[in-house]
Write a protein that binds this ligand. Structure first.
Ligand SMILES: N[C@@H](CCC(=O)N[C@@H](CS)C(=O)NCC(=O)O)C(=O)O
Length: 214
């Protein structure tokens, strides 16, 4: 498998964690998404991923996009260890937390959105940071309440083992710290993330541990 990656992308960070947890072998190709490089917009990459976003995962003669679809693919191909709990109700609870981040927080802070706000709406960096922090704050408030209800040990978003919800939380916490969000109101999320970040699969997936980190 070949993962198209950029070290600081939180969507790719999710996939790296899942690949590590599954001990699935993969190689990487760097797609530098910074405006000066703009590799994601080049025709060669667009042919693989028409959205022009990372991650992409080349596998079995196809190229998959969307981090959660890729992780669900990995879950089916490599069932151990499971990233989703056994019952339909529990799986829906885990997906609900993962989607709250992946659909309702992360897209609003994405590069193409903040670039549009800057270029077309004349927002300066201060306004952009305030925008990003607002949506993280809004999302983390609800996520904290869900984690309080669903975590069994204060170290995992759901129950007492790693699930998809944990895989999505840690990269979003990384973003929140980069944006200097006030995380004091989210003690449960902070404790869970602190624990997860000590696990080798998460530590090896961290942005600063990537060969393209700069
Ligand atoms: N929903 C997508 C989001 C992918 C995404 O937004 N990737 C970002 C990096 S985290 C990206 O490629 N941004 C490039 C750009 O905005 O031009 C997923 O989960 O894979």
């Amino acid at each position: 498998m070949k993962l198209y990656t950029y070290f600081r992308s939180s969507a790719v960070f999710r996939v790296r964690i899942a690949l590590n947890l599954k001990a699935a072998p993969y190689e990487t190709v760097t797609v530098d998404i910074r405006p000066a490089a703009g590799d994601q917009h080049k025709p060669g990459y667009r042919a693989l991923n028409p959205q022009g976003l990372v991650p992409s995962l080349a596998t079995e003669g196809a190229t998959l996009s969307q981090s959660l679809a890729i992780i669900e693919y990995l879950e089916e191909k490599f069932p151990a260890p499971p990233l989703l709990p056994p019952t339909p109700l529990e799986r829906a609870q885990v997906r609900s937390m993962a989607l709250a981040v992946a659909c309702d927080i992360h897209p609003l802070n994405n590069l193409r959105v903040t670039r549009y706000l800057h270029k077309s709406m004349s927002c300066d960096q201060e306004a952009l940071d305030a925008w990003s922090r607002h949506w993280i704050d809004e999302g983390f408030g609800a996520l904290e309440a869900q984690a309080v209800r669903l975590s069994a040990d204060g170290q995992h978003m759901f129950g007492s083992s790693v699930t998809l919800a944990d895989i999505v939380l840690v990269p979003q916490m990384y973003n929140a710290r980069r944006l200097k969000c006030d995380l004091a109101p989210y003690p449960t999320l902070r404790a869970i993330s602190a624990h997860l970040e000590t696990l080798p699969a998460f530590a090896r997936a961290a942005p600063e541990a990537q060969p393209d980190a700069s």
